[in-house]
Design a protein around this ligand. Sequence first.
Ligand code: PEP
Ligand code: MN
Length: 344
Amino acid sequence: MIIIMKTDATAEQKQAVVDEVQARKFVPNPIYGEHLTVVAVVGPHPGEFKDHFESMPGVDRCVLIDQSYKLVARAGRPSLGFSVGDADPITIGGGALTVIAGPCSVESEDQVMACARLAKACGASMLRGGAYKPRTSPYSFQGMGTDGLKILAAARAETGLKVISEFTDAAQFDDTLECVDMIQIGARNMQNFALLAAAGETGKPVMLKRGLAATIEDLLNAAEYVASRGNERILLCERGIRTFETATRNTLDTAAVPVLRKLTHLPICLDPSHASGVREYIPPMAAACAAIGADAIMLEVHPDPKVALSDGSQALTFPLFRGLMKLLLAQPRWTYGVDISESE
Ligand code: PEP
Ligand code: MN
């Protein structure tokens, strides 16, 4: 942390800051400039005292130069990805594109089985489906709960697809955690810190969706909650953020991908379905997600979107999904870390 003194700070005020840094068991490194004095503070977690130093006479502001997240920080670590599933595991991250597909909500066995068979036939490796639905209105369909998770597990048994489903409360982990291979923490719960910690403690891989109004730093700090419980199998998911634009449900922050690549070693999923909310926009957006080098893409698909109990307007039909998958799996993807400065 750097403490920046006011230009008119007195010599006594500067000395008081240096003394206080020492009193807090940090090492002060003051630089006395002609107009400005700054004090570099060296030691573990000086940011915890940011407010304290900023309240001292003569201090202009403090600037943190270290991130608050540590385990998920890039810090020179390669992006190797991680395994998902106990039997015949798949790897997310570190190379190939993983497609996660399925309905927004689990509605019936027939609906999930149809989606699972389609997803498998088209080259997806994970099946999604919400059993606990965090709906904006309490009167909307809230999901099938444990019955829904059992349907997903049955689809896994038949197709071999790995299963991901959202959990909204840590108590839900008790019953049917074995039905899923990955826990989804939804955008609305991104900063439900008790849920994040409990998900970390399960040891299952976690997909953490970016909150509707969360910065990339917020997302990484939320991921750190999971990692700090000894679980670094975390997939970050950019699913669109709230902006002033109303033509789409959310605004997909594709720039989050290169930013996250720089800041973290964790793999990245993009969700063009929730980002756009409109079926016809999803194929070109999915192509952009692949092109920018996502490790995974999440797509909602439904056998008959007009009768879907949630998010029907953004569900791909089966023919659309088939066509999109052919293109997606064949198209080139951006590779990070390759020097292209000499390419022709
Ligand atoms: C979902 O994946 O169905 C979902 C509810 O997503 P989000 O949390 O991104 O809104
Ligand atoms: Mn949905």
